[in-house]
Design a protein around this ligand. Structure first.
Ligand code: FES
Length: 621
């Protein structure tokens, strides 16, 4: 038995204590509560890439106390010694009495590397947030003024050009008089959200946010100058409900409170970023507007709108149009009358983040053909030029984020992020320079590329055994081939190995992206030789090595100098839309113009996908 007791119903309320390094969390729950759910409610950062279906094995915790017996899923993923030592999958465990929980040692969370910078076009400053310093003529008997109309007249507007919400209108007359009729009016769009004495000079700020499935990044801008003041980022706290968008949809579809839990989690992350970027320089209420770029699911969830129909045939989102709402309506703690603008989406899962990438990379203005690939938890691909643009989304899955990979992890301390072959020996670089505890996406791509070059992985994806590899294979490599859990594996460093199943996961992810790119090229009737540039966006893309990606066939076979990294281009697109209403309109135009391609409906999709799961037989020329 893994725990002291498995007596069900032994307590009317169960206390759960979670000790993770220096921090201790605790909570009280009714018997029968799922442990993963309890940990999430207690504020634990536990990972649950499969969304609690018991298939990824990443929610391992060490438990002592009254809990349910191990399920079949746990017996499949944990070995008997681990079960005896109290290791459990939190998602498969129910609590029936007080218990103590600790993450396994290897789970110690280190700060992940989150990409916040992205290449973007320069824009002329013309934000949706404006400020007018005006002297309003004091009232006089010989006119018939009202304060509001006088203010608008002094600003050069007619009475119906602008609106003023009630809270501002209520304080208008006293503010005018206290300020001696010399005031500063702050507008978001056509609405006056604040009126201050002109002598009170407060920062005028805006925040651009990339709401990614895995990470959230925010940049604070001075809207008077267009300068970046601060940058903040966090892991998306929704990931405890699953690593990919489908798991999130499934969770959100369970009940209104589950949808609310997802919304609150991502909004809490944005609010943490707001506090972080404002600390020492401004107050959150100085932020008048937030512009968000997110995929369709993230946008729905942040707005508290159920994306449930996106997961069911024929996969329909509630909206794709640009969404603008008051920040307070969705809980973002900036100016109480400040607004949030979500970049519009293109189709199904291709959302505002892809519009952001197109905007930042200028694909809609490009004279030559360019392919942009955002290799995130979902893979979005755009191809075209100013004449025509097509886009699709591929179910690449979270393999490149480390999910479903035996030793997979994010790019954080302990992750092998680079693998090379030097003088016949494997060389691994470990983030943080310590002992390796896992492998992240870029390391994974490198490792498979190295093994392909060495003939240890065949183009079919088969990992050869020690007894069947070529006689020319150096002994240093041969000695790394071993059997793990009944399958072939290649030892990289420390205890970190790549298994046959890992290579299959890479093939699925790579196959999905490569098939998407090929179908888009077919759609435009072009081959890879016509591509002027292949742009890699997103955090993962930025840390990828071109040679490895091309060797795997993840990217079309183009000369390596045609591959460019554009970083967090989704966030860069949000920045452009924050800094300029012209760019915002351009984003709206992009969303209307880009043709969405449903690749699963493409007649030869299955054949193309199967072909693209194969690795190229040799080094692409
Ligand atoms: Fe528990 Fe995946 S196995 S979250």
């Amino acid at each position: 038995m893994p725990s002291e007791l498995s007596a069900k119903g032994s307590s009317s309320v169960c206390e759960v204590t979670c000790v993770d390094g220096p921090s201790t969390l605790s909570g009280m729950f009714p018997p029968g509560t799922n442990l993963l759910r309890a940990l999430v409610e207690m504020g634990s950062e536990i990972e649950a890439p499969c969304g609690g279906t018991g298939t990824c094995g990443k929610c391992r915790v060490r438990v002592s106390g009254a809990v349910s017996d191990p399920t079949q899923e746990e017996r499949a993923l944990l070995d008997p010694d681990e079960l005896r030592a109290g290791m459990r999958l939190a998602c498969q465990t129910s609590i029936y009495g007080s218990c103590r929980v600790a993450p396994p040692d290897t789970h110690a969370l280190t700060a992940p590397t989150i990409l916040t910078e992205g290449r973007r076009q320069e824009v002329a400053l013309q934000p949706n947030v404006r400020e007018f310093g005006v002297t309003v003529p004091p009232p006089a008997l010989d006119r018939n003024p009202a304060d509001f109309e006088e203010l608008l007249g002094a600003m050069g507007f007619a009475a119906d050009d602008l609106s003023m919400p009630l809270p501002v209108l209520r304080g208008l007359s006293s503010t005018l008089r206290e300020a001696g009729f010399f005031v500063r009016a702050r507008l978001v769009g056509e609405e006056i959200i604040d009126l201050l004495p002109a002598t009170e000079r407060r920062p005028l700020l805006g925040l651009a946010v990339d709401i990614g499935t895995t990470t959230v990044a925010g940049k604070l801008f001075d809207l008077r100058t267009g300068h970046v003041l601060a940058v903040g980022s966090r892991l998306n706290a929704q990931r405890v409900f699953g690593e990919d968008v489908i798991s999130r949809i499934q969770y959100a579809s369970k009940s209104a409170s589950d949808l609310r839990a997802l919304q609150e989690r991502v909004i809490a992350v944005i609010n943490e970023i707001v506090v972080e970027v404002c600390t020492g320089r401004a107050e959150p209420r100085d932020i008048a507007e937030v512009v968000c770029a997110g995929n369709t699911v993230m946008t729905h969830l942040a707005a508290g709108i159920s994306p449930q129909w996106l997961a069911q045939y024929p996969y329909v989102p509630v909206f794709l149009s640009p969404l603008s709402c008051r920040a307070s309506e969705i809980g973002i703690a900036i100016h109480e009358l400040g607004r949030v603008f979500f970049l519009p989406g293109i189709g199904r899962f291709v959302g505002g983040d892809t519009v952001g990438v197109i905007l930042a990379a200028g694909l809609d203005m490009s004279q030559s053909l360019r392919l942009a690939v955002d290799v995130g938890t979902n893979g979005e691909i755009v191809l075209g030029s100013r004449d025509r643009l097509v886009a699709c989304s591929t179910a690449a899955g979270p393999a490149f984020e480390g999910a479903h990979i035996a030793h997979g992890m994010r790019a954080a301390n302990g992750a092998i992020d680079r693998v090379g072959l030097v003088d016949g020996e494997i060389r691994c670089h470990v983030l943080g320079e310590g002992e390796p505890t896992g492998i992240c996406g870029s390391g994974l791509i490198d490792a498979v590329a190295v093994l392909l070059r060495a003939g240890i992985v065949e183009p079919s994806g088969r990992l050869v055994g020690a007894d069947e590899c070529s006689a020319e294979l150096p002994a240093t490599l041969r000695g790394r081939l071993e059997m793990r859990g009944g399958e072939h594996a290649f030892l990289l460093a420390g205890q970190v190995a790549l298994t046959q199943r890992d290579i299959r996961e890479v093939q699925l992810a790579k196959g999905a992206i490569a098939a998407g790119a090929r179908i888009l090229m077919r759609q435009l009737g072009i081959g890879p030789q016509r591509l002027e540039e292949v742009l890699l966006a997103g955090a993962f893309g930025n840390f990828l090595r071109r040679d490895s990606a091309i060797r795997l066939g993840l990217l079309p076979p183009v000369p390596r100098q045609r591959v460019s990294f554009i970083g967090n281009a989704a966030c860069a697109g949000a920045e452009m839309a924050l800094l300029s209403t012209v760019q915002r309109r351009r984003a709206e135009e992009i969303a209307r113009r880009v043709e969405y391609v449903e690749i699963s409906a493409f007649p030869e999709f299955q054949d193309i996908f199967a072909e693209e799961m194969m690795f190229p037989a040799g080094e692409p020329s």
